[in-house]
Design a protein around this ligand. Structure first.
Ligand code: HMG
Length: 417
């Protein structure tokens, strides 16, 4: 009876209902730099970037690879791979701290370029790197409350991480988008809804004034803020009963650079009463698999935690089926959450089908001269006129959406090849 079915969907879901991440898909720029090349150009020992920070490569966005294009390309891949039709999506949230407009959200472009339903709730969330998690938690609550009425949510995290050339932050840049389909009976990770430990505090560790493309940061202080937020969020998670049924087998942290995850893991383990030596000894098993993709892409801000999760699932989903994974999200400014989920049965085969590292294949290694030229040239990229009619040399790469420029009314124009 259709009426009865509708009524059932309008009731809040029981806590036993499984809700979480069904599909993950990435989009990364077509080019990257190798941190050995950057170290040489900056006169720094390569060991400082490779071991000291734990970064190997850093994605570099071309002018057509703006946060909208990256978001749409990740989302298109997620819809296609998961077999989700645009009309199945009832909520579309983009988390970003690289907005392209003070008013029009990246989510509106994503909604339009994907052809999502007009009855789809669509908006953008911002809180530095926490913006993507804010979107994901919102999507979980939306489904748990019954508002989804059987539909799925699309959460896309998209950013270009930039610091001034030659600054201490330069080796911790990156760019990319992570799209997640969130729904009932997910095929990757069932998340524990309403059980996360939250923390927030008004701090000036990292900021980007409205007229700047490059972030400003009090680097060492930002590390302290991250660790303090982790401790508080984790203790709150424990207080809410997070450790009942055992601690997570793996933990993914927000990864501005790999070494930060190592510091985070030590901090967390200390709160479990584990010594620094024992914490370091557990790092290779509990955390390292989540750092493979971040080490090749760099900091992707809002998507960073989910790039780490993608990395973990890509390498280990099969052996982790049935196991709990801890997740720590940090956004400067600051807001943080520790939460957890369980890798579901069948996730191994599904993750293999998703080919999570595929978008990183065939990337071009830029010289530092090319990278610096790109950076110098993109100061006015948001104002360059879009070509009228034939897009010629600005045609996006095959199968992708790209930013072409702005029209006479300063509207952003995108093209698909
Ligand atoms: P720095 O000051 O140049 O680096 O900047 P350092 O001198 O602190 O060295 C870094 C590490 O390399 C140290 O290890 C050195 O010992 C080691 P540690 O003491 O940390 O364990 N080292 C070497 N190792 C091997 N061989 C060598 C060698 N030399 C030194 N030869 C800093 C580092 C992270 C501060 C800088 O890159 C920065 O400012 N980055 C941007 C800010 C950032 O990423 N903060 C992280 C926490 S805040 C966060 O995650 C939020 C964020 O994502 C933004 C958002 O929320 O939107 C950033």
């Amino acid at each position: 009876m259709p009426g009865a079915l509708m009524f059932v969907h309008m009731l809040p879901l029981q806590s036993s209902t499984s809700i979480g991440i069904d599909t993950i898909a990435l989009a990364v720029p077509r080019a990257y730099i190798d941190l050995r090349d950057l170290a040489e150009a900056r006169g720094v020992p390569a060991g400082k970037y490779l071991q000291g920070l734990g970064v190997e490569q850093m994605a570099v966005a071309a002018p057509d690879e703006d946060p909208v294009a990256l978001a749409v390309n990740a989302a298109r891949r997620a819809l296609r791979l998961s077999g989700t039709r645009p009309t199945d999506i009832g909520l579309c949230i983009t988390g970003t701290e690289t907005a392209v407009d003070h008013s029009k959200p990246v989510a509106a472009f994503v909604h339009g370029l994907l052809g999502l339903s007009r009855a789809c709730r669509t908006f953008e969330t911002k809180h530095a790197c926490f913006g993507g998690t804010a979107g994901l938690l919102n999507a979980l609550d939306w489904i748990a409350s019954g508002s989804a009425r059987g539909r799925a949510a699309l959460v896309v995290c998209t950013d270009i991480a930039r610091y001034p050339i030659g600054s201490a932050g330069e080796p911790t840049q990156g760019a990319g988008a992570v799209a997640m389909i969130v729904r009932e009976q997910p095929r990757l990770v069932a998340l524990e809804v309403g059980a996360g430990g939250s923390f927030a505090s008004d701090v000036d560790d990292f900021w980007r004034p409205l007229d700047r493309k490059d972030a400003l940061v009090d680097g060492r202080f930002s590390v302290e803020c991250y660790l303090a937020a982790l401790a508080a969020a984790y203790v709150e998670w424990l207080r809410l009963g997070g450790a009942q049924g055992g601690l997570p087998a793996r933990t993914c942290y927000h990864v501005p650079y790999g070494k930060m995850a190592r510091k985070a893991h030590r901090q967390r383990k200390q709160l479990d009463g584990v010594s620094e030596e024992a914490a370091d000894a557990s790092f290779a098993v509990e955390v390292e698999p989540s750092l493979m993709l971040p080490a090749r892409v760099g900091n992707v801000y809002t998507g960073s935690l989910y790039l780490a999760l993608a990395s973990l699932l890509h390498l280990e989903a099969m052996v982790l089926e049935g196991e709990r994974v801890g997740l720590f999200s940090y956004g400067s400014g600051c807001s943080a959450e520790f939460f957890a989920g369980r890798v579901v049965a069948g996730a191994g085969a599904w993750a293999a089908e998703l080919g999570l590292d595929e978008p990183l294949r065939g990337r071009r290694r830029l010289s530092i001269v090319e990278y610096e030229a790109l950076r110098r040239g993109d100061a006015d990229v948001d104002r360059r006129p879009a070509p009228a009619g034939e897009v010629g040399g600005r045609r996006p790469a095959e199968g992708l959406v790209g930013f072409l420029g702005v029209d006479a009314g300063e509207r952003r124009v995108y093209g698909a090849a």
